[in-house]
Ligand binder design. Sequence first.
Ligand SMILES: O=C(O)[C@H](CS(=O)(=O)O)OP(=O)(O)O
Length: 239
Amino acid sequence: MIFDQAEFNLRCEWGVQGVVQLAPISDVIIIVDVLSFSTATEIATNNGAIIYPYQWRDDSAINYAKSVKAELSQGRFSQAGYSLSPASLTKIPMGTRLVIPSPNGSTLTLLTGNTPTIAGCLRNCAAVAKFAQQYGSKISVIPAGEKWQDGTMRPAFEDLIGAGAILSFLHGSLSPEAETAVTTFAAFQHDLLGYLKKSSSGKELIAKGYELDVELAAALNVSECVPLLIDKAYTNSSK
Ligand SMILES: O=C(O)[C@H](CS(=O)(=O)O)OP(=O)(O)O
């Protein structure tokens, strides 16, 4: 196949088509949505919470939360309660069951089928890479990207950097797409916070008062937490 990078151990492709092309031929798949789903999931599961990804924030999300006996997170820019904002989750109690609708990270998570799925970000890049290798040598890393207003995918700087950080800790042959991510990470590694703040996604969050989210997301390799998807929920599997 031309588009599945099958001749390489370590692959990298964007968004929905990345999952569609690569999940069926991978031993494990890593979803990278640095701002904000993967970072939020790392922080919440590191505290012992159980995170249920869900695609839409609508009435069906309310029913879904009830069906899994979980709380439904608030909207991204809510001033109170748990949300996609990583800062809102730093004190989430152990055992909290939380549904997080997200247009990018959650949506991609729900498309991976039977392929083992991990949420990765800058904070847990080394731990995720180490854990992923137990599944086999065929590892796909998916930078989630963001959405333009028309619904099309916007490749996002922070997700390419996050994918590169994880790939840089993996061993095996790199596809050109994966090597691009590794090289990009290496080029910006010296000032991740500075560049994240200047990136489009970072500027959007800072303009809305969420600079702390950018700071939390830029912290490199500070967590051993590995959010692994089991029975439709992410929990920390590094314990
Ligand atoms: O948290 C985010 O940045 C987005 C929400 S939105 O696109 O700004 O509405 O979700 P994510 O799926 O984490 O990219």
